[in-house]
Design a protein around this ligand. Structure first.
Ligand code: SAM
Length: 235
């Protein structure tokens, strides 16, 4: 399948910019309502001066609650939050002040594809619904390898990716383009994960179907995809 990367990136930025201005962090009825529960659970296993990396952090759906939880436990921590969209980083910085965790949150405007990750540096790396926005399969593989190399021994990764996108006009059945930068099949992502994290202790891997019918540009659209959720600990 050929992908118009520029168009896909433009659509990604447009969608997220509009979403973050329409819905506030933790707003009910939005996907910003709650943090990722399995990611939050990993905090219980982190000790010392904790370093977390949140790739494609958005406006802090996960980073702000993680910072609050660590602050409450009295733990010293830094959460480096990377997003390619300036509006994400601006809003994240504002929410960090609102929720009084600005000392823990370190916002970085950068592209995951080019973000340099120090070796064996992080206790936990999260990449939630963001690696499918890398520029091509080779970059997805390269970023996964960087994540693996940048995690400390006994540290954790939590990766979620949307695969197998199939979007049709609900009335006519006509296929509708979704413009993701790197459309992937579930089996491709499974193979990428098993290679990048070979020898790791896989704590959880779920593959969940997702379906919804939404109104888009005046027509009823049926969205069908698969979500891969992967949690692993480095030996
Ligand atoms: C579906 S949102 C998820 C946000 C957050 N991880 C969460 O779970 O709430 C995807 C985020 O990834 C960001 N993003 C997309 N492509 C990116 C890239 N190449 N580098 C960094 N961030 C990216 C988007 O701007 C958006 O904020």
């Amino acid at each position: 399948m050929t992908v118009d990367f520029e168009r896909a990136r433009e659509e990604t930025l447009k969608y997220h910019k509009a979403y973050y201005s329409r819905f506030k962090l933790f707003e009910d009825g939005s996907w910003l309502a709650h943090p990722d529960a399995p990611l939050m659970q990993l905090l219980n296993y982190l000790e010392g001066n904790i370093k977390i990396l949140d790739l494609g952090c958005g406006v802090g759906r996960n980073a702000i609650p993680m910072a609050q939880a660590l602050q409450k436990l009295g733990k010293e921590a830094t959460i480096t939050c990377v997003d390619v969209l300036a509006e994400s980083i601006d809003l994240l910085s504002e929410y960090a002040v609102t929720y009084k965790v600005e000392d823990i949150i370190d916002p970085v405007l950068a592209d995951n594809d080019n973000f340099v990750m120090a070796k064996s540096h992080y206790d936990l790396i999260a990449a939630i619904s963001t690696l499918e926005h890398c520029q091509g399969k080779d970059r997805v593989v390269a970023v996964m390898r960087e994540i693996a190399g940048s995690t400390k021994s006994a540290g954790f990764v939590r990766i979620e990716m949307t695969t197998d996108r199939n979007v049709i006009d609900a009335a006519s059945g006509e296929a509708i383009a979704t413009f993701v930068e790197t459309p992937l099949l579930g089996e491709e992502v499974e193979e990428m994960l098993s290679l990048a994290f070979a020898g790791w202790n896989v704590i959880g891997k779920t593959i969940d179907p997702y379906e919804e019918t939404i109104e888009k540009e005046g027509r009823s659209v049926h969205w069908c995809s698969t979500q891969i959720n992967f949690t692993a600990q480095k030996p």
